[in-house]
Design a protein around this ligand. Structure first.
Ligand code: HEC
Ligand code: HEC
Ligand code: HEC
Ligand code: HEC
Ligand code: HEC
Ligand code: HEC
Length: 317
């Protein structure tokens, strides 16, 4: 009896190992074989309830059926911004990610248990396909992206991709390369492991914000000036904002060889943020500002820290 149990155990472990190494993308996203079952998890040939033959009414609803608050198909709960290691059968990420850890991308409805104050909106009244600075010279202006409906699949490829976190190889008509530095099937959803090209995903829709020249903040570009990004971090006495912050706060940088570089995600969360904005950070000097160029109590512009704590981590004025 015990011998059969042992054989069974070995068989189960083997199946898990094989399933786990089949794809570096995680979950049902890519690495498909010729006789894969994966398609049936998301598509129906004749009885689909959503366009693109989806089993849910929309791409957003499909993703949330596994990744949302009530989903049971994935451990990454992107709606509440948590990794829940035991809620699904998936073991992807479990070994390297702390149970209940806040997710790297933030959360769409909640982040660190607080309701979000801004998010990339893909449902409801705020849903639009108009992106600030879409194009080379349109900073501060909203221009439509190529996707008529802005959705999870505007940024991620559900069928897998060569990029980090299955970010699409073509976004808004532009080729996007974001180096994959995470570790095959193991995955780590609560420690930044960004590498070359981490800002390329943002630049695909907000190209006018992706300005990398030295002294960019004092060089007129179009009708406005903008903070430089993409540079190796060196500023004043602060050697490294990843370890030396103000008030114990730190910010992540992207790893690129020996130089750690500032990325859009150094200051912004890609899904949603619950940062609070008050005083000058609530509408600017006149207190009545609107987007773009302002944050308000109701719109934190996806900033990862309260008010302008992001500035103080690096500049420490
Ligand atoms: C995790 C869910 C998921 C799985 C698994 C999946 N798909 Fe899809 N597929 C989607 C979504 C979502 C879209 C629509 C994307 C969008 O909104 O642009 C799509 C679109 C498509 C399209 C049309 C657009 C394109 O990319 O060409 C085809 C064809 C397709 N899927 C085939 C397949 C096949 C074949 C399989 C199995 C190998 C499969 N899909 C597995 C979610 C999935
Ligand atoms: C604007 C682009 C964008 C959109 C839209 C988007 N994501 Fe993401 N997502 C990202 C980026 C960038 C990361 C990588 C975050 C990191 O590692 O710092 C990510 C990470 C993730 C992860 C890994 C866990 C984590 O938080 O790092 C999951 C799961 C995920 N996204 C699912 C979704 C789902 C589901 C939707 C739609 C409800 C969605 N994403 C919409 C850009 C996007
Ligand atoms: C059938 C369930 C299911 C559906 C539907 C689904 N996912 Fe996933 N997804 C998973 C699982 C399982 C993982 C592995 C990590 C985990 O357990 O959360 C995963 C992982 C991911 C990751 C992280 C990939 C990486 O490189 O680590 C992203 C991003 C993601 N999904 C996006 C999406 C998007 C966007 C959609 C909708 C188009 C979607 N998922 C639909 C089950 C699903
Ligand atoms: C596929 C196109 C697309 C990509 C890629 C994309 N965005 Fe956006 N972004 C949009 C659209 C559309 C809006 C306006 C609608 C909304 O807020 O959901 C927006 C809005 C924003 C806002 C304003 C949000 C607010 O509530 O004030 C910020 C900040 C932002 N994006 C930053 C980023 C960053 C940082 C990245 C990279 C991680 C990124 N975006 C990637 C399309 C995109
Ligand atoms: C990740 C670290 C980091 C963060 C966060 C950061 N900065 Fe900077 N900042 C730099 C670096 C590095 C430079 C030098 C850029 C260059 O080489 O031109 C710089 C340059 C500047 C300059 C000088 C611009 C010029 O060209 O004359 C100003 C002003 C400035 N930052 C303000 C801010 C403000 C305000 C914030 C918050 C919204 C902020 N910074 C957030 C690192 C940072
Ligand atoms: C040094 C921190 C920092 C970095 C790096 C950064 N941003 Fe921002 N971003 C901000 C702040 C602060 C705001 C709020 C408005 C303001 O003060 O200009 C903002 C606002 C925005 C907005 C909302 C519209 C607007 O202009 O108010 C978008 C879109 C945006 N950023 C995109 C990006 C993209 C894309 C990148 C990378 C190419 C990026 N940001 C890098 C700090 C940063």
């Amino acid at each position: 009896m015990r011998k059969y149990f042992f054989v069974l155990l070995v068989a189960i472990v083997l199946v898990l190992v094989i399933a786990g190494t089949a794809s570096a993308n995680g979950g049902p996203h890519g690495g498909y074989t010729a006789t894969t079952d994966a398609c049936a998890g998301c598509h129906r040939a004749h009885t689909a309830t959503g366009p693109k033959l989806l089993v849910e009414t929309s791409t957003y609803a499909l993703c949330m059926s596994c990744h949302g608050t009530t989903g049971t198909g994935a451990d990454t709960d992107v709606q509440d911004g948590y990794f829940l290691s035991t809620r699904s059968a998936s073991t992807t990420g479990t070994a390297n990610t702390t149970d209940n850890a806040p997710l790297l991308a933030g959360g769409f409805d909640f982040y660190k248990t607080v309701a979000t104050t801004s998010k990339h909106e893909m449902t409801g009244a705020g849903n639009t396909n108009l992106a600030w600075g879409n194009g080379a010279t349109n900073r501060g202006v909203q221009v439509a992206i190529t996707d008529a409906t802005f959705s999870c699949a505007s940024c991620h490829d559900p069928h897998g991709s060569p990029n980090y976190r299955i970010l699409k190889a073509t976004v808004n008509g532009a080729a996007v390369a974001v180096a994959q530095v995470d570790e095959g099937a193991a995955k780590d959803y609560d420690t930044e492991q960004w590498s070359t090209g981490q800002s390329n995903i943002c630049a695909a829709c907000h190209g006018a914000y992706h300005k990398t020249n030295p002294g960019q903040g004092s060089t007129l570009d179009g009708s406005t000036y903008t903070h430089r990004i993409g540079m190796a971090y060196t500023y004043g006495a602060n050697a490294n904002p990843e370890t030396v912050g103000m008030g114990g706060l730190t910010l992540p940088l992207a790893e690129t060889g020996t130089n750690n570089t500032v990325a859009c995600q150094t200051c912004h969360l890609p899904h949603g943020s619950s940062a609070t904005m008050a005083g000058f950070a609530n509408g600017g000097p006149t207190g009545s500002g609107t987007q773009p160029g302002n944050t308000t109590v109701a719109d934190s512009a996806l900033l990862r820290l309260d008010n302008r704590a992001v500035c103080e981590v690096c500049h420490q004025k």
